[in-house]
Design a protein around this ligand. Structure first.
Ligand SMILES: C[S@@+](CC[C@H](N)C(=O)[O-])C[C@H]1O[C@@H](n2cnc3c(N)ncnc32)[C@H](O)[C@@H]1O
Length: 523
């Protein structure tokens, strides 16, 4: 299998192991109640590592939408992988040669350790989806073949817009890729579509949905060519867009749609709708097609943000809720855990809450966003609004209350590292923090708080784990500890600062002493 090489790769291949473990601290002010959903502010490299003692091997579905590396500097966040935080990280990790890396080298250096951590977080039946365009798609494919293994690969193409000028390229670009890797590809992981449930209406042809033909005039300027009268050929009645609105399609396209019977004139509501039928009706049986159609566009994603009360220009690259919901319908069940570590405007959180509301599910999400302003004022704020409900201003100025989807989230930030630079344990580390970390590094499983009984962390693979950690430097493995071992037979690993028991006694009780901090494993 071909392996991709690039400048800086050797500095990065094991970098995920060097990233410091940091603690998580809740920020009540930006949270919405107490919840298992998380919005985590921080660079996802450190954030994913911090999540490891809680979620290793537990995430069923990962969706990420990383910067596409388009070289477009005008965006709200910097897509050039040159944001100050990432540049600082390059200097530290790759060293002076970091300055000479080309755009693609840098992007690959950024992605590699993050994808390795995502691999570890994915459950045995989990699947990762990665949105990408032509700038990095070929490199990402080979990179992910290496980390996730080529046999686990599948891919989707998303139709992101209906038309495109050819200003950037010779061919107008209407699609994007969504690369998809299973942790272990096998039949039965994906859910087949239930078209009957996805489509609200049915007639003699089959199921269909209705999509309004009107949209708001973006940015206040009026596109006159999209504001023509549309005549119902049966009644000759004319329909016009409402004040502040325009049609979503031009005269010629609307003419074709009327001829093909794809337009519905609603006299009660005085509105015109496009009749949307499933393109892949056969998907409901037992096949999947790789084309994602009718799941929103770049423009509907912006409409969604606007509806929730954000300015269109506030966030430049949102994905539509329907796209993420389709992925969740394909790859998750009702109680699964979903992670998005390039969260942006929080579409994934929104999609999880909306799908839960629709199918009575209890899916949970973890969103990670690096930029402070985005994480607090866009990601968290959006999820808060859709969870609680919000007021929506219609084009005629009328305010409409949109009901909340329910749910909440805890907003967390990255706290102190577990270990200082010189390897000593940070003073703020609690018993529970240390217990989770030690148990995870020993067993690669996550410790449930309810299973901790004083110093005893539990049994795994016929070994019992203990942690003596009650203040730094005060934890001594001595005869008193032996009295707590009643009824616990077999091999025991005990973490403590000091051991006062001699070899013979340790052997008799099958105890292996591990000294804190020197023998605490690094993950
Ligand atoms: C393309 S946007 C994602 C858009 C998102 N899918 C949505 O629907 O809004 C990428 C986001 O990832 C964030 N980001 C970039 N590098 C990151 C990193 N190292 N850790 C966490 N977030 C990062 C950016 O700030 C940006 O908000």
């Amino acid at each position: 299998m071909p392996i991709l090489n690039w400048i800086g790769k050797e500095k990065i291949v094991n970098h995920d192991k060097d990233v410091a473990f940091r603690l998580l601290k809740k920020n009540q002010k930006y949270s919405l109640g107490n919840s298992e959903n998380l919005i985590l502010e921080g660079d996802n490299l450190e954030a994913l590592k911090a999540l490891m003692p809680f979620y290793y091997g537990k995430i069923k579905c990962i969706y990420i939408d990383p910067p596409y590396n388009t070289g477009n500097e005008k965006w709200v966040y910097n897509d050039k992988v040159n944001s100050p935080k990432i540049s600082e990280w390059f200097k530290k990790v790759v060293g002076p040669e970091g300055d000479d890396l080309c755009r693609h080298d840098k992007w690959l250096c950024m992605m590699y350790p993050r994808l390795k951590l995502l691999y570890d977080l994915l459950s045995d039946d989990g699947v990762i989806f990665v949105s990408i365009d032509d700038n990095e798609q070929p490199y990402l494919r080979i990179l992910m073949d290496e980390i996730f293994k080529v046999d686990n690969f599948e891919s989707f193409v998303w139709k992101k817009k209906g038309g495109a000028g050819n200003t950037e390229r010779i061919i107008g670009n209407l699609t994007e890729y969504i690369l998809c890797y299973f942790k272990n590809k096998r039949a039965g992981i994906f859910n087949y579509r239930n078209i009957e449930r996805e489509y609200k209406y049915k007639d003699h042809i089959g199921p269909y949905n209705l999509e309004g033909l009107e949209k708001t005039n973006q940015g206040g300027y009026e596109r006159k060519t999209m504001m023509f009268p549309i005549i119902d050929p049966k009644t000759r009645k004319k329909f016009y867009p409402k004040a502040g609105m325009r049609w979503t399609a031009g005269k010629e396209t609307v003419g074709h749609m009327i001829k093909e019977g794809r337009i519905h004139f609603d006299y009660g509501k005085k509105r015109i709708y496009i009749i949307k039928r499933p393109v892949h009706y056969a998907e409901s049986e037992n096949v999947f097609y790789n084309l994602l159609l009718d799941v929103g566009s770049l423009s509907t994603a912006k409409d969604e943000l606007e509806r929730i009360g954000f300015k269109r220009e506030l966030f430049d690259t949102p994905k539509p809720v329907a796209l993420i919901k389709r992925i969740l319908q394909i790859a998750t069940n009702q109680n699964d855990l979903i992670l998005d570590s390039f969260a942006g405007s929080g579409t994934t959180g929104h999609a999880v809450l909306e799908l839960n509301k629709e199918d009575g599910g209890n899916r949970k999400f973890i969103l990670v966003e690096m930029e402070k302003n985005i994480a607090k004022n866009i990601t968290a704020e959006r999820v808060k609004r859709v969870a609680k409900g919000y007021l929506y201003k219609k084009s005629n100025g009328e305010m409409v209350k949109v009901a909340g989807l329910g749910g909440g989230f805890e907003f967390v930030e990255l706290g102190e590292p577990l270990f200082d630079k010189d390897g000593t344990i940070n003073k703020t580390v609690s018993f529970e923090d240390m217990a989770r970390y030690v148990y995870f590094t020993e067993t690669r499983t996550n410790l449930e708080k309810k299973n901790i009984k004083a110093n005893y962390l539990g049994e795994f693979g016929s070994t019992h784990y203990f942690l003596l950690f009650n203040g730094i430097g005060k934890n001594i493995l001595d005869r008193k500890f032996l009295t707590t071992l009643k009824g616990i037979n077999g091999k025991k690993i005990v973490y403590a600062d000091k051991c006062l028991l001699d070899e013979e006694i340790l052997e008799k009780h099958q105890i292996i002493f591990k000294q804190i901090p020197y023998q605490v494993k690094i993950y």
